[in-house]
Design a protein around this ligand. Structure first.
Ligand code: SME
Length: 158
């Protein structure tokens, strides 16, 4: 199998099946975490044409540290419970934000961003980091996307 652009929005079940296959193409046979996360962020970014930022923040002690991403430069450190990312860590659950201005404590990295989704990643039951995605379109990410992306993030663990 080789890389193909995953078209969005298609039938969501089919979309996420294909997205997982495409992520696996670059993650299954590579052991280096940076290489895996870099390609995973690229595959996901390509699949969401209205996304303006897709990337990873990884747990580094008591805060999150910026990992591989696609998009404009972003804040490098986020404390536990802060912003959407730190809140997803604290709550231990994914967060879908329809309009970032309405999320108290949201950390702005790109003034064009309207909506955001953050998916926590766990390794052996321990919090590992988050997948963070932004979009210029209000309410771009749905509950279906939350479930679909939760099914994708485990593919990046080494
Ligand atoms: N908006 C995030 C910060 C990271 S940027 O979106 C890339 C937050 O509030 O945690």
């Amino acid at each position: 199998m080789s890389y193909i652009d995953v078209e969005y929005p298609a039938d969501k079940r089919e979309f996420y099946k294909l997205l997982k296959e495409q992520i696996s193409l670059y993650t299954a046979s590579e052991s280096d975490l940076t290489a895996v996360l870099a390609n995973a962020s690229s595959v996901i970014k390509q699949a969401f044409p209205e996304s303006n930022w897709v990337g990873f923040y990884l747990k580094d002690g008591v805060e999150l540290k910026l990992g591989p991403f696609q998009g404009r430069p972003a804040v490098t450190r986020i404390g536990y419970g802060l912003g959407v990312c730190g809140s997803a860590w604290k709550r231990g659950e994914s967060i879908v934000v329809e309009e970032v201005e309405c999320f108290e404590g949201h950390i702005a990295c790109d003034c064009n961003t309207h909506s955001e989704i953050v998916i926590p990643i766990y390794k052996d039951g321990e919090f590992f980091g988050v997948l963070d995605m932004d979009s210029v379109v209000p309410a771009y990410f749905s509950e279906e996307d939350k479930i679909g992306l939760e099914g994708c993030v485990g593919l990046v663990l080494r």
